[in-house]
Design a binder for this molecule. Structure first.
Ligand SMILES: *[C@@H]1O[C@H](CO)[C@@H](O)[C@H](O)[C@H]1NC(C)=O
Length: 303
């Protein structure tokens, strides 16, 4: 099935048949930064406050590194202590070699210390193929290596990675599909310069293409698939016809993200909180939060 040739209504029908069966509404999960507004690293109390703010909307977050900012050292106790019973998909950064070695040892050290009750899975890398940091087979090897390391230490956790939707569609990524227990497809209509009339269609089309390609490769519609990152900046410059504003972010959320959630797909909103430390020189980067850096909600997250 080629989703790019059919309209939004057609997509809804296609998705309904792909996701046949009474699936609950897809969950709203969040990508979580590990730094304060000033760029210093968060501690356990900060993560506890993050969970408090996110709890009305969500119970799953994802992070990108085990050792940067000592993420697991401070996140794992927060996961264990929080009364909101959060789970995390924790990221291992696979480059460069010395960083990767640190990442693997922090992963095992803190899983041994805190267990896996609050860990839903492990990602190896984020947009590795998009940036060309590793080839698909190099990334697949590292994913298999992390899976084996987990097993060798008695942990049975699914291993996946997140990459841009078009990389999943690209047949060159098949070694990564084969090495994945779950899949995260990132799609930002903002970075495709889409205006409000086409941003929803574009997001749904991209995401369904990624899902369809993975299902075809795996030979089953029964895959564990997430939108790994999506969102819209509420400030900073426009990109093509895409305007960075709270109104457009709210509309993108309501139409595109509530749309895909209604088809049973879990999403990770990028991101939970604004990250002012990234600086205005980075354009829209500081402004992707669903909440500002003081944890105030910017727009309605109900569907
Ligand atoms: C609208 O989105 C569709 C699906 O991604 C895309 O094929 C088309 O080029 C977009 N239209 C414009 C004007 O960008």
């Amino acid at each position: 099935m080629k989703f790019s040739t059919i309209g939004w209504t057609g997509l809804a029908v296609a998705a309904a048949s792909l996701l046949r069966g009474a699936r609950a509404e897809g969950a709203l999960n969040f990508c979580l930064g590990v730094k304060h507004a000033d760029g210093s690293c968060k501690y356990t109390d900060d993560y506890l406050a993050d969970f408090e703010a996110l709890a009305p909307y969500s119970s799953v977050v994802r992070t990108y590194s085990t050792s940067d900012c000592n993420t697991l050292q401070y996140l794992m106790p927060a996961l264990a202590q929080s009364s909101h019973n959060f789970q995390a998909i924790i990221g291992v950064w696979p480059t460069d070699d010395s960083h990767y070695a640190l990442e693997k040892s922090a992963l095992i050290q803190y899983l041994q210390q805190y267990g896996t009750d609050h860990v839903k899975g492990v990602t190896v890398g984020s947009e590795v193929l998009y940036r060309g940091d590793l080839t698909a087979s190099e990334l697949a090897n590292r994913m298999n290596e992390v899976r084996q390391l987990l097993k060798d230490n008695g942990f049975n956790l699914p291993v996946g990675t997140a990459d841009s939707w078009n990389l999943w569609v690209d047949g060159g990524s098949d070694p990564v599909i084969d090495a994945s227990d779950f899949f995260m497809s990132n799609a930002f209509s903002y970075w495709q310069g889409q205006d409000t009339s086409n941003m929803t269609n574009s997001f749904l089309d991209d995401t369904m293409q990624a899902m369809g390609r993975i299902q075809a490769r795996k030979g089953t519609s029964d895959i564990s698939f997430y939108v790994g990152e999506t969102g819209w900046p509420t400030g900073g410059p426009s990109y093509g016809s895409a305007v960075a504003s709270t109104d457009v972010a709210a509309k993108f959320y309501k139409e595109a993200l509530c749309g895909i959630r209604s088809w049973g797909v879990d999403i990770f909103y990028f991101e939970a909180f604004d990250e002012p430390w990234k600086g205005t020189d980075s354009g829209v980067e500081p402004y992707f939060g669903a909440m500002d850096s003081n944890r105030n909600l910017k727009f309605d997250l109900s569907c």
